[in-house]
Design a protein. Structure first.
Length: 146
């Protein structure tokens, strides 16, 4: 497989992961708003600064959903800042999951999935930045990558 084709495959994989995270975060936040926490017990909030699920849902929507959506849109548009914002989105996802597990003092398989998708985003960003010698650095914002 030619290096430029492999680069495009990695870019498409990154778009899929960021898009999945964006849809999951936005959908999860909306569901939390509508159901007062998706059936989670209010005891999950005991070790947090929140009295209800409103603010966690709001933060999930704006911080995680917002950065993941922005990253996805910038990647789709092949914008120069796409990899930066995708790295921010990946780090945000990882931090969100770590803080969440500390606050609820528990861990579920869903948190494992979203922690992993955050890590995968960062790995793919690093790959596209040329950290691996067999995968050429992508040049976003140029005509040839559209």
């Amino acid at each position: 497989m030619r290096a430029d084709v492999l680069t495009k495959v990695v870019l498409r994989a990154l778009i899929v992961v960021a898009g999945f995270n964006a849809l999951s975060a936005v959908g999860g936040a909306v569901a939390m708003f509508l159901t007062d926490g998706l059936g989670m017990p209010h005891s999950f909030l005991d070790n947090s600064p929140f009295a209800s699920f409103f603010w966690p849902a709001f933060l999930l929507l704006v911080v995680i959903g917002g950065t993941q959506t922005l990253a996805t849109m910038l990647l789709l548009g092949r914008r120069v800042s796409a990899l930066l914002w995708t790295a921010v989105a990946g780090f945000s996802m990882i931090i969100w999951i770590l803080v969440e597990t500390i606050m609820i003092r528990g861990f579920s398989w869903l948190q494992g999935i979203y922690f992993t998708t955050g890590v995968v985003e960062l790995i793919l960003v690093l790959a596209l930045l040329g950290i691996v010698p067999w995968l050429p650095r992508i040049k976003l914002g140029t005509r040839e990558n559209r």
